[in-house]
Design a protein around this ligand. Structure first.
Ligand code: CTP
Ligand code: MG
Length: 247
């Protein structure tokens, strides 16, 4: 059994209330299917299969709360469904409000449906080792340039010092609540914590944790899902805690 036996309670908040405008499937993105299952189902299964999460809170559009409850896997890990908000920040705040008992919080995009459970475990391990804020990071392969409003290049930062940041992002729950209490908005939860002056640690990210954003991403996700061992998926569906194993 690899599930934590520590006293600290780890709650995963899953923002899944976005409209998926860039994907263009005419439905909230988390409910678009990948390999025959909604992205949201994959994301929840990955969190459960990590063995590192005590509870999951999912934030979805108001009209999909009941439908979401109906599609949840039977699991020893409780999964709660609440109404999200107009922007991602609002959805995360709704999730925080629904997780008053959390000691550590993971914020994990439903759109990162194929995130390996081992990455989730890495983030939690770093929190348990004493970090107060943790993000998965990957080196960037493209050269990144800054531009001004006219599109003219204003600079080329040294690529060796840049990272692409994924989810789950992990936090001391009180720290993230403080960050949200400032009322600042951000696309990235760690960005709010940085504004408080707290150090954010990185762990190795994983290319499979990519965010399904565009139609091309969906093609890739479906190809990868078709190759995934069904036993891995079933791991997240087991109803006994002991049977849940990380691949
Ligand atoms: N999200 C959310 N609530 C919102 C907006 C986004 O919970 N009001 C969630 C999405 O469901 C997704 C994650 O935040 O899991 C990352 O957002 P993004 O990839 O931008 O998804 P969408 O907002 O759905 O996509 P788009 O911006 O193309 O509409
Ligand atoms: Mg969005």
């Amino acid at each position: 059994m690899n599930r934590s036996t520590g006293d600290d309670r780890v709650v995963a908040l899953v923002p899944a209330a976005g409209m998926g405008v860039r994907l263009g499937e005419n439905k909230p993105k988390a409910f678009v299917h990948v390999g025959g299952s909604p992205m949201l189902t994959w994301a929840i299964q990955g969190l459960i299969a990590s063995g590192s999460v005590d509870e999951v809170v999912v934030m979805v559009p108001a009209e999909l709360v009941d439908a979401t409850r109906a599609l949840l896997p039977a699991s020893a890990v409780p999964v709660h469904v609440v109404t999200g908000g107009a922007e991602r920040t609002d959805s995360v705040r709704a999730g925080l409000d629904a997780a008053p008992d959390a000691d550590f919080v993971l914020v994990h995009d439903a759109a990162r449906a194929l995130t390996p459970p081992a990455l989730i475990s890495r983030v939690v391990a770093e929190l348990r080792a004493g970090a107060r804020a943790v993000v998965p990071a990957l080196p960037v392969s493209d050269t990144i340039k800054s531009v001004d409003a006219t599109g003219a290049v204003t600079g080329t930062p040294d690529r060796s010092g840049l990272r692409a940041i994924q989810t789950p992002q992990g936090f001391d729950a009180r720290l993230l609540r403080s960050a949200y209490a400032t009322g600042t908005r951000a696309t990235d939860d760690a960005g709010l914590v940085e504004m408080l002056g707290t150090t954010v640690r990185t762990v190795a990210g994983d290319a499979l944790a990519f965010k399904i954003t565009t139609p091309l991403d969906l093609v890739l996700a479906n190809t990868l899902a078709a190759q995934r061992d069904p036993a891995d998926i079933a791991g997240g569906l087991d109803t006994t805690r002991e049977a849940v194993t990380a691949p």
